[in-house]
Write a protein that binds this ligand. Structure first.
Ligand code: FO1
Length: 313
């Protein structure tokens, strides 16, 4: 079976580990959000691609959720000692090697999709990992800061300000001119099923869908689209979806997000929507299933993936 998965960072990576367990012999392509990408200290950092690569490569830090296990922070400490800002972003020594290789390849003219494929050669994630686009489209957050309205990079909002600054809008800078990365539209068009991972519906899944051509490929594609709710019991399992959803006028609930994605029969995306077994959702035109959605381990995640995939094609 050919499966295409749209996913973001930490939750998306964990979800993909379950997809790999549930579909060991299937052809899985992960289309990953690059809106969180940022250039700091001259290095190009792709948090969601790296979370997926490290997690599926078995070298991520499970507790932190991002970056490498057994990490050290000597370069970060040295940068701070030099007063080299930003000191609020944690760059680990092992992680910096990834950014050095990526930055050098990008500067040599390789597109991000080639760079990602090259990095994945080492980590062997077991699925094809594609950036949503080779073009830069970074998420910025419009906030009120020091008495002025300004747009700050998503990482500054999330890491430096801990998402405590009320977001007035999310802007994907450059997305209108971005194209889907090579292989993305083909993976969607050729899929037997498309899965929307339980990632942030605004700054992860929403960003991917904002790349011209991707939403259309899902809506008009032959494959059924099955989404899994990132909201359980009215709150996100992890991350800041509850800070993001009100900005786009979406209720922080499994039903709210499902209705936001919409029913394919109504011009939306979904054929099936999985909600946690304590939640309920009515979405006209969408088959809603209530199953355990806590990704407590890979087998738990694989169980929800099997339910998601058991859809008539
Ligand atoms: N998240 C943090 O909360 N603090 C950090 O210092 C931090 C550093 C960092 C470095 C590399 C990387 O790939 C991810 C990093 N993250 C950090 C996580 C990152 O902000 C998030 O994974 C995504 O951007 C949101 O999904």
């Amino acid at each position: 079976m050919r499966i295409a998965v749209l996913a973001g960072g930490i939750g998306g990576a964990r979800f993909l580990r379950g997809v790999r367990v549930a579909c060991p012999d299937d052809d899985v392509t992960a289309v990953i959000n690059t809106g969180d990408d940022v250039t700091l200290h001259g290095l190009r950092i792709c948090p969601d691609l790296d979370s997926v690569m490290y997690t599926l490569g078995g070298v991520h830090d499970e507790k932190r959720g991002w970056g490498r296990k057994d990490e050290t922070w000597r370069i970060k400490d040295e940068l701070t000692a030099y007063g080299a800002e930003p000191s609020w972003f944690g760059l680990g020594d092992l992680d910096i090697a990834t950014h050095l290789v990526r930055t050098r390849m990008l500067e040599a003219g390789y597109p991000l999709s080639d760079v990602t494929a090259a990095l994945c050669q080492r980590w062997q994630p077991g699925v094809t990992v594609l950036p949503m686009s080779d073009d830069r489209c970074e998420t910025h957050v419009v906030v009120e800061l020091d008495g002025a309205r300004r747009a700050i990079h998503f990482q500054e909002w999330w890491v430096r300000h801990h998402a405590k600054l009320r977001p007035e809008a999310f802007v994907q800078v450059g997305v209108d001119d971005a194209e889907p990365a090579p292989g993305v539209l083909e993976a969607i068009a050729g899929a037997d099923v498309v899965l929307l991972a339980p990632s942030n519906p605004v700054v992860s899944i929403g960003t991917i869908l904002g790349v011209p051509g991707i939403r259309e490929a899902l809506v008009s594609g032959p494959a059924p689209v099955v989404g899994l709710s990132p909201i359980v019991g009215g709150a996100p399992v992890r991350g800041m979806a509850d800070a993001c959803l009100p900005v786009i006028g979406v209720e922080v609930s499994a039903q709210g997000v499902g209705r936001h994605y919409g029913a394919r029969s109504d011009g939306g995306l979904l054929d099936r929507w999985l909600v946690h077994d304590t939640d309920a959702a009515q979405i006209p035109g969408v088959e809603v299933l209530a199953v355990p959605l806590m990704m407590t381990d890979d087998d738990a995640t694989a169980a929800m993936v099997r339910v998601a995939l058991a859809i008539d094609r």
